[in-house]
Design a protein around this ligand. Sequence first.
Ligand code: IMP
Ligand code: MG
Length: 181
Amino acid sequence: MMHDDIERVLISEEELRARVQALGKEISADYVGKEPILISVLRGSYIFMADLTRAIDCYCTVDFMAVSSYGSGTVSSGQVNIIKDLSDSIEGKDVIVVEDILDSGNTLHYLFQLLDARHPASIRLATLLDKPSRRTKPVQANYVGFTVPDAFVVGYGLDYDERYRNLPYIGVLKPCVYEHP
Ligand code: IMP
Ligand code: MG
């Protein structure tokens, strides 16, 4: 069973729900009178995005972008590819980039340069998880759900080799799952 591949639950469903609600409240208060556009970085942030947007009670719009930097490994390759670009212009808009996890910072460092060049009015980052111990690029999030230790985690949208996204909690994957190909 899928759950048998998990060493331990790091963040439970209840903790996720409470924290995402609080982030939604914080964002709603920060954007009073504005109409932010939330950009989900696919695929890892799809569940966080769905829950976060429903916890925001000001007008907002959504758009989606898909990038890849990992292949099937557990360490960033450093190379970022755009697989799907935004549908609409962000010029003059207040942008909130919604990510699953800020790890080395490679992906977001690249993405922020790309989005900045399109002249948004402002750009902020909301990440569900932050793994600061692994940072190699100077990227900082404005909204962080949880700070996590240096372990490979899956669930609530995060994958290993495209699996485990549907786990309702965040768990640490047993190393034997990725150590024996
Ligand atoms: P970065 O470019 O190293 O910051 O990596 C960001 C991306 O790597 C995230 O959007 C995730 O898709 C993936 N990633 C990094 N760490 C983990 C992890 O522990 N579990 C699952 N995916 C991860
Ligand atoms: Mg991923």
